[in-house]
Design a protein around this ligand. Structure first.
Ligand SMILES: Cc1cc2nc3c(=O)[nH]c(=O)nc-3n(C[C@H](O)[C@H](O)[C@H](O)COP(=O)(O)O)c2cc1C
Length: 201
């Protein structure tokens, strides 16, 4: 039985958010093909994830973290490590991700738990895990030079790989705010892509 951590980074409801329409569809399809798996939904806004304080930094950089599994920050780090698969649903905001998702990565990027420093630099500590980034954007970032401006899916993918998650896919619906676009079709195409991936994820 695999544990899937479904991380949601948008203050909107499932009905209002185009990103969540796609990610919820992915989860529903995933459940059909993996009925025995556990899905843990983590709505970052409902959790009240905040920016790290100086005290938080001292704790997460300090020793004896194994004794702090219930700590308000480290409980998220341990929850992250305990998962086998990650589904991260995020819109693009100002070329990056909503700040709350960055704040969440600050919670889970903890030396000795998700990565460690070696003579050759940092090394991810997670093994045999996979992830999918489900993202929507108003514009389009597929072709040069605009592809270089996508600091959203690239950032999330890079963080997962930094922790050692080797297999990371991206499902994106783009151009959703471009005047004249058929938004329902664009979202529908991404839902189909998500559905296919969910079968083998
Ligand atoms: C605060 C904010 C910033 C945004 N910044 C960008 C951006 O930099 N590039 C872009 O293509 N779309 C941008 N958008 C548009 C959203 O990415 C797009 O509408 C997306 O589909 C929203 O997802 P949602 O329906 O799940 O909320 C932004 C939207 C908001 C609310």
């Amino acid at each position: 039985m695999a544990k899937v951590l479904y991380i949601k980074a948008n203050p909107k409801s499932n009905e209002e958010s185009r990103t969540f329409r796609i990610s919820e569809h992915f989860i529903e399809e995933y459940k059909k093909t993996h009925p025995e798996d556990e899905i843990i939904e983590l709505d970052l806004y409902k959790e009240g994830i905040h920016f790290l304080s100086n005290d938080d930094i001292n704790t997460i950089m300090g020793p004896n973290k194994e004794n702090l599994r219930n700590h308000p920050i480290l409980k998220y780090t341990y929850q992250f490590v305990d998962a086998d698969k990650y589904v991260i649903a995020t819109p693009m905001w100002n070329l990056g991700v909503p700040a709350i998702l960055k704040a969440y990565f600050d919670y889970v990027s903890v030396t000795g738990i998700t990565f460690k420093y070696t003579e050759n630099g940092p090394v991810g500590l997670l093994k045999n895990k996979k992830g999918v980034v489900i993202m929507t954007t108003g514009g389009e970032y597929l072709e040069p030079p605009f592809d270089q401006m996508d600091f959203a899916s690239k950032y999330v993918t890079t963080m997962l790989k930094f922790f050692g998650v080797e297999e990371v896919s991206v499902v994106a619906a783009q151009r959703l705010d471009i005047i004249g676009e058929d938004v329902e079709k664009l979202v529908g195409d991404a839902k189909k892509q998500a559905e296919e991936l969910a079968k083998t994820f």
